[in-house]
Design a protein around this ligand. Structure first.
Ligand code: SF4
Ligand code: SF4
Length: 194
């Protein structure tokens, strides 16, 4: 039978002061106090806002509430290809396809629902979409309701979500501009962070 070498490491005994953990506690409190003072005198990053009176502007690339985009004539861009629903790891997208009157478009979503309680905001649906029909550039992070069923957002609800104004979005270092800020997308007014 093969002998296994076991290396025993002697545990250093802690001194009385080490066992009180007073030094790390005061070090931690010192860091907190330093940030508090810097924010108080306006020298810090000031990351706290007086929510809900004040809303945070989310950075470029933030994955907020979903929205469906529209063509110039106002019809939904989605062609009900099911790519987003297939790739969704949370299985929270439900689409019912119908035939479009235009033979060049073929299909459109008669029903398009996202269960926002199940969604994990991974953004896979946006990446999988072949026609830029679904985006998460609304900057909306305040999603609330009192009933579970109210978290299921339907097609009309998704079409009514507006993109965050790219000019007001906080730029994130190294991030590309929001796709919504480029030509080819329908200009919509700024998001209402309700
Ligand atoms: S963000 Fe992720 S979890 Fe949410 S609907 Fe899209 S693919 Fe599904
Ligand atoms: S949103 Fe995009 S990926 Fe999803 S069904 Fe519509 S066209 Fe396909």
């Amino acid at each position: 039978m093969k002998q296994v070498k076991v290396k025993t490491i002697k545990r250093e005994k802690m001194s009385f002061w080490e066992r009180t953990y007073l030094l790390p506690i005061f070090q931690g409190m010192g860091i907190t106090f330093r940030h508090f003072i810097r924010n108080l005198i306006g020298k810090g990053p000031n990351i706290s806002v007086s929510y809900p009176d004040e809303k945070k502007t989310m950075p470029t690339g933030y994955r907020g509430k979903h929205r469906l985009t529209q063509r110039d004539d106002g019809t939904v861009k989605c062609v009900a290809c099911m790519m987003c629903a297939t790739v969704c790891p949370a299985h929270c997208i439900h689409i019912e396809a119908a035939e479009h009157d235009n033979p060049e478009i073929e299909k459109y979503p008669e029903k398009f629902e996202i269960d926002l309680l199940r969604c994990v905001y991974c953004g896979y649906c946006v990446e999988a979409c072949p026609c830029d029909a679904i985006r998460m550039d609304s900057g909306i992070y305040t999603i609330f309701a009192t009933k579970r069923e109210d978290f299921i957002i339907d097609k009309e609800g998704l079409l009514n979500v507006k993109p965050q104004d790219p000019s007001t979005a906080r730029p994130l270092q190294g991030m590309p501009p929001l796709p919504g800020s480029e030509a080819g997308s329908r200009d919509l007014p700024m998001a209402d962070h309700a």
